[in-house]
Every structure is written in C-alpha cells, then in structure tokens.
Design a protein around this ligand. Structure first.
Ligand SMILES: NC(=O)c1ccc[n+]([C@@H]2O[C@H](COP(=O)([O-])OP(=O)(O)OC[C@H]3O[C@@H](n4cnc5c(N)ncnc54)[C@H](O)[C@@H]3O)[C@@H](O)[C@H]2O)c1
Length: 374
C-alpha cells in the first residue's frame, strides 16, 4: 500500500462552509498509512476546529500554498477557485465536484497544467447510481420543505399559512414534481409536518415505490402538462425535483401552472442547478434566495446544502471516503485503471479532456481516457 499525501484546502466560494473531510474521515485515511494536510480553519464553518484535526493526526497548513505544494491528491468540495490555479501540477490529482461542463475557464486552467481531475458528480456504480450526488439530493430535498414553509410565512411575503394547518383548519397542499431522491425526501418531510402531499413523475416504477413506501399516505400522479397545472392550482407549496441525467432540466412547470397558484404561494426549484424546471425560474443565491413572479414566491438556490454545512460535510465524507481510500491506497493511476466507477469520473488527464459530454458542452477536443492509459 502507498503512502499518499492528501491535502484539504479551505473552500473559497462565497458562503461555502463545507469542508471535504471530517476529522474522523481524515483519521481513517491516516490509519491506512496516508498523510492528511488540512488548511488552517478549513473545518470551522462546519464546527470542526483545527484541534480536532490535530487530534486525528492531521498536519495543519498555514497557507493555501502549503496545502497544494505538499500534496499529491487534493480533496475539495467545490471546483477549484481562481486563486488555486497557480498551484496545479501534472504530478497531482484533484477529486471534487468539478461540473466542468459549465466552467470552461476551470477546465482550461486544469488542462494547461496537466492536473488529473476526477469529478465527484460522475462517479457511477455498476447499477447506474451516482453515489456522490445522492447525499446532496437527500439534503436539498429535506431543506426544500423547510425553505418553502419559511417562505410561506407572512413576514417573508408568503400567504401566511402553516403546513399542518390547525384544529378545524385544513393543512397545506404540497406538490412535489419528480419522485427521485430529492423529491422523496421533500415529500417525507412535508408529510411529517402534517401537509397533504402529492408527488408526480413520468416513471411508473418511481410512483409505485412511493405508494408502497408510504402505504398510500402520499398521493401519486402521472406527470403531464395538464396534471401539473391541475395539481399546482391546488397547492400552496410546489417543489420541482426533476432530473434527466446529462441534460438540462425539462421545463415541466409552465408559466400557466405558476399563474394558476394562489397569491403568496411558494415554488421551490431544486432543479435550478440544472437550469431549473419551471418557465419562470431565475437562479438566486443564499444571500437573496427568493423573488416574486405572478404573485408566487420563487426559491431557486443552486447550492441548498450549503445551509447545513455540518450535516452536509458529514454526509459528503461518508459518501466520498471509500473512493478517496481507493485512490490513495492504490495510487491515482492504478485506481482509475482498476475501478470502473472512478475511471468514468476522470475529466482531465495528462493535459487532455477525457469526458465526451464535457467536451460537447465547452467545445474542447476529447480524448478517450483508455487511449491515454495505454
Ligand atoms: N439546488 C440544490 O442545491 C440541489 C442539491 C442537490 C441536487 N439538486 C438537483 O435536484 C434534482 C433532482 O435530483 P435527484 O437526485 O432527486 O434526481 P433523481 O434522478 O433521483 O430523480 C429525478 C426524478 O425526476 C423524474 N423526472 C424526469 N423527467 C420528469 C418529468 N418530465 N416529469 C416528472 N418527473 C420527471 C425522474 O423520473 C426521476 O424520478 C437534480 O437536478 C439535482 O441536480 C439540487
């Protein structure tokens, strides 16, 4: 087994308080014989002080330069920040949410320096699951109901209604479009708050699974243009959670559907990170998360899990750690040959772009990874 130097920088994106490794995750890597170097204060936003990392056996680096210069594998949450490009080297790898299809400048900087880039979001298991995306969908789904219920409050411009109603007063109707991971989590929380919940999807098996799991307490409906308008017109909170993998989100919620909702109702578009699933969606930010259109409050934040950095950091480490261990124990070059789920996630290698979908999106030539691995 190799001894690998693994670096964890502090995240630099605005309001991003997650960190790529918890102290216990770092300790596990050290137990496997690796070294973990973490930038001073990197865990603070998730309430993991430097002291906990020190106790776990990590070295604390004073500067960003120290982390990058002394590491062979960098693990991060978000794509590299401009400030980090100067430290890229061809003998190192980075493992994080890269989303290069929308970030041509990051891709160019990585290709120029020949750094190996492996994207969390493209790690795919044999049964076509995306294990490093799922935990964030789980969290965003739960948060969508909390954020939506909050926006429904009068002081936030909402209709002034409580999800579960009160004695003699009916509960809110919550409609969730998309019965995948985010949608199921949203439906579960809404049900727990006492709302009447209906979930729509175009996949019969997804609807069947909801019916069975909640024993009929969540209504299911096949999603069409007409049924979406019908359900939205009755709802005080609508949540969009659709995904067509590899594509931007389909606009399943028409302007007409939003127009049919009552004044002060709320629409949360979880799918906004894929362009949004309503004709009325405009991307917002955590600093200013909502806007009103056609009398309906829209919430369209693309990084919802950043609101719960501690939970998100722990969930992320639980999902990424097995893959970080594979990369570190075998060495990056061997691991991407040996493990198909990691091989599929390589985006840049030896200065070449190795993912066809990313290449199509940003117009840089594509070279199949296998031809480079020989
Ligand atoms: N905003 C955020 O912070 C955040 C965080 C995590 C995930 N997301 C996004 O949430 C979305 C959902 O992710 P997921 O992991 O739940 O995906 P998923 O694949 O588990 O579920 C998506 C569901 O959408 C359904 N669907 C596709 N087209 C449809 C249509 N026309 N009508 C109705 N249903 C349709 C699919 O059948 C599937 O059941 C993705 O866009 C993901 O990127 C956003």
């Amino acid at each position: 087994m190799l001894n690998m130097k693994i670096g964890v920088p502090r995240e630099r994106k605005t309001l991003e308080k997650r960190v790529a490794l918890t102290p216990s995750g770092a300790e596990e890597l050290i137990r496997h014989g690796h070294e973990v170097l973490i930038e001073k204060g990197a865990g603070e936003g998730s309430f993991f002080p430097d002291e906990e990392y020190r106790k776990a056996g990590c070295k604390i680096a004073d500067t960003l330069a120290d982390v990058w210069n002394d590491s062979e594998l960098i693990v991060k949450v978000k794509e590299p920040h401009e400030e980090e490009y100067q430290y890229f080297r061809s003998d190192m790898a980075i493992f994080d949410y890269l989303h290069l299809a929308g970030l041509p400048d990051v891709a160019k900087a990585m290709l120029e320096k020949g750094i190996t880039g492996i994207a969390y979001e493209l790690v795919q298991t044999e049964d076509h699951r995306l294990p490093l995306l799922e935990p964030m969908s789980e969290i965003a789904g739960q948060l969508s109901v909390l954020n939506g219920a909050n926006a429904l409050l009068s002081q936030h411009g909402g209709r002034g209604m409580l999800m579960g109603g009160a004695i003699g007063v009916p509960a809110c109707n919550v409609v969730v479009i998309g019965a995948g991971i985010a949608g199921r989590n949203a439906a579960d929380v809404a049900l727990g708050m006492g709302a009447h919940v209906t979930i729509l999807d175009i996949d019969y098996r997804k609807l069947e699974a909801v019916k069975v799991a909640w024993n009929g307490r969540i209504q299911t409906r096949y999603s069409t243009g007409v049924t979406v308008v019908e359900e939205c017109s009755r709802a005080q909170l609508v949540i969009g959670a659709v995904l067509v993998p590899g594509h931007s989100a389909p606009k399943v919620i028409s302007r007409k559907a939003i127009e049919s909702m009552e004044e002060g109702s709320v629409f949360v578009d979880i799918s906004v990170d894929q362009g949004g699933c309503a004709e009325t969606t405009r991307t917002t930010s955590l600093a200013e998360p909502t806007y009103k259109e056609l009398g309906v409050i829209h919430y369209a934040v693309p990084n919802m899990p950043a609101q719960t950095p501690r939970t998100s950091t722990m969930a992320l480490t639980a999902a990424t750690l097995p893959y970080i261990i594979k990369l570190a124990d075998s060495g990056v070059d061997t691991a991407i040959r040996k493990y198909p789920e990691l091989n599929a996630a390589v985006n840049t290698y030896q200065g070449k772009l190795t993912n066809q979908a990313v290449s199509d999106s940003i117009g840089i030539d594509y070279t199949p990874l296998d031809t480079l691995l020989g």
